[in-house]
Unconditional design. Structure first.
Ligand SMILES: *[C@@H]1O[C@H](CO)[C@@H](O)[C@H](O)[C@H]1NC(C)=O
Ligand SMILES: *[C@@H]1O[C@H](CO)[C@@H](O)[C@H](O)[C@H]1NC(C)=O
Ligand SMILES: *[C@@H]1O[C@H](CO)[C@@H](O)[C@H](O)[C@H]1NC(C)=O
Ligand SMILES: *[C@@H]1O[C@H](CO)[C@@H](O)[C@H](O)[C@H]1NC(C)=O
Length: 464
């Protein structure tokens, strides 16, 4: 900046000295400077007027755009700050993951609904609104989808700052987890409808051992940027002599030097000559007491019906009430680690309703697997109702009242995550209505007390 100012100054000095040389007569010189003064004034006038008009029209356009987006729900009560972007508030709770950037690797792909420190990494203002929202609310959640081609491998890796909970939507995978305790290795197969759990900093891998693509729906317990290290990257970043001394191969450091880093990121790996490289693959299963620390058969677990649909839960339960032996291992494992998630599948029947409710102790994030519907969320001062469809991610901050209803001929199926490793605490609209004294409601709503008998007593809760 300083440089530029200096250059401009220098130029003007130069031109004025040039001007002195050219007109020989005093007279001519005088009228020329007067003309110059006039021209400069005129130019200044024009520039100021243009800037003024431009600024005014910008403010106007911004305002009308904002009004259009927030539409009916906003009575103009919230006037936008000048620097506020005109993004629909619903995107604080909704992310169209299907439209997000696909990160491609040789063996598959990854998509994210997450917070980004560098705002330039967001693909759109709507995506940024969601990322900022889950961060601002301290959600302790990030969502991603992981697709692995047949025989593809999600490279062994670990996350510095998050537990990982996943639901296998499709395919068959062989999982390995290396725990901190005596570096015990646990391996197992997981099939569609089952759940995986990788505590923070455990090394884990995922290999597709089926013939169709594996599709994982993954939740990570951070609202910051996920920090991950792949084993191949760690290897190639370790000095050769250090790697040789740590791994002690035959041939020492010369053998270590025969390893070549691939040009392409091997996060999801699938070498074209895999059949030459691997001859003796076996996929063993560790004993139940190990496997169920990191695994849960959500699809095979107990069903909890409610009038509009069915819940199934992968969660911690105090004293393991109602759980069988293997389920208890999972429940205790969740409770043992910090910041774990409760996972659930929610099936809402065609035109069914998950009635308005809120949670005392957990943020909620969900992904629409099939069907279509409508969701609504109420914060203090903010209300949003919006449509949801396959591939959408939704977010309900703790304490916000929300509902989900199905709008299609088929069931609406979601995978949900709640950021509590404890029992989820919930209050439903009909329960708090019923719980509030008739005369309090009469006074509140300016309505005769007897009218409130029209609300039925809520049915006794099923074993949720
Ligand atoms: C594969 O297994 C066969 C039979 O057990 C064995 O002879 C061979 O050495 C193994 N190959 C490798 C690469 O481990
Ligand atoms: C895991 O799945 C693979 C592929 O279907 C199969 O070959 C293997 O036997 C399975 N392992 C166990 C322990 O079930
Ligand atoms: C416990 O229930 C799960 C379903 O959640 C089932 O897959 C498992 O086989 C059961 N374990 C025992 C020991 O019955
Ligand atoms: C759960 O455990 C606590 C403490 O160990 C005990 O006081 C309580 O009675 C148990 N509840 C059930 C339902 O077993």
């Amino acid at each position: 900046m300083d440089n530029q100012a200096f250059e401009m100054h220098g130029e003007s000095v130069q031109s004025s000295s040039k001007g002195e040389e050219w007109p020989k007569k005093e007279e001519r010189k005088g009228s020329w400077s007067l003309m110059k003064v006039f021209l400069v004034c005129l130019l200044a006038c024009i520039i100021t007027t243009t800037i003024g008009v431009l600024a005014l029209s910008l403010v106007y356009v911004k305002n009308t755009a904002f009004m259009k987006e927030t539409g009916v729900t906003d009575d103009g009560a919230a006037s936008p700050k000048p620097d506020e972007k005109s993004v629909d508030i619903k995107y604080q709770f909704l992310n169209h993951l299907g439209k997000s950037k696909v990160h491609n690797y040789p063996g598959g792909e990854i998509q994210w609904a997450r917070f980004r420190k560098n705002v330039n990494e967001y693909q759109s203002d709507e995506e940024m609104e969601f990322g900022k929202s889950i961060n601002k609310h301290g959600s302790k959640m990030t969502f991603g989808t992981l697709r692995i081609k047949s025989k593809g491998l999600r490279a062994p890796h670990w996350h510095f700052n998050a537990n990982e909970h996943g639901y296998l939507l499709q395919g068959t995978a062989w999982i390995g987890v290396i725990g901190a305790d005596d570096s015990v290795v646990t391996t197992y197969n997981v099939t569609a409808g089952q759940v995986i759990f990788f505590p923070r900093n455990t090394v884990h891998w995922v290999k597709n051992v089926g013939s169709e693509d594996c599709v994982f729906l993954l939740f990570f317990t951070t609202h910051e940027e996920l920090q991950t290290l792949d084993v191949d990257d760690a290897f190639f970043s370790t000095p050769e002599d250090i790697a040789a001394r740590a791994l002690k191969p035959q041939g020492g450091v010369n053998f270590i030097r025969t390893f070549k880093k691939q040009v392409e990121d091997q996060a999801i790996n699938l070498p074209p000559n895999l059949n030459e490289l691997v001859q003796n693959a076996t996929y063993v299963q560790s004993p139940d007491k190990l496997v169920w620390q990191y695994f849960y058969n959500l699809k095979g677990s107990a069903k909890y019906p409610f009038p509009g649909g069915i819940f199934q839960w992968a969660r911690y339960r105090i004293n393991g009430t109602g759980l069988n032996e293997t389920e208890k291992i999972f429940s205790e494992s969740l409770n043992k680690h910090e910041n774990t998630l409760t996972l659930a599948t929610l099936r809402i029947f065609s035109n069914g309703l998950g009635q308005p409710h809120f949670h005392f102790n957990a943020n909620e994030m969900g992904y629409v697997i099939s069907g279509c519907g409508q969701a609504g969320v109420i914060l203090s001062g903010v209300t949003a109702n919006f449509n949801i469809g396959i591939g959408d991610v939704i977010f309900f901050p703790v304490g916000t009242q929300h509902y989900i209803k199905s709008l299609c001929d088929e069931d609406l199926l979601l995978i949900l995550a709640y950021n509590t490793g404890n029992q989820l605490e919930t209050l439903r609209m009909n329960d708090y209505f019923h719980g509030t004294a008739d005369h309090i409601l009469a006074q509140l709503f300016w309505k005769e007390q007897a009218e409130f008998k029209k609300f039925p007593t809520p049915a006794k809760k099923s074993g949720k």
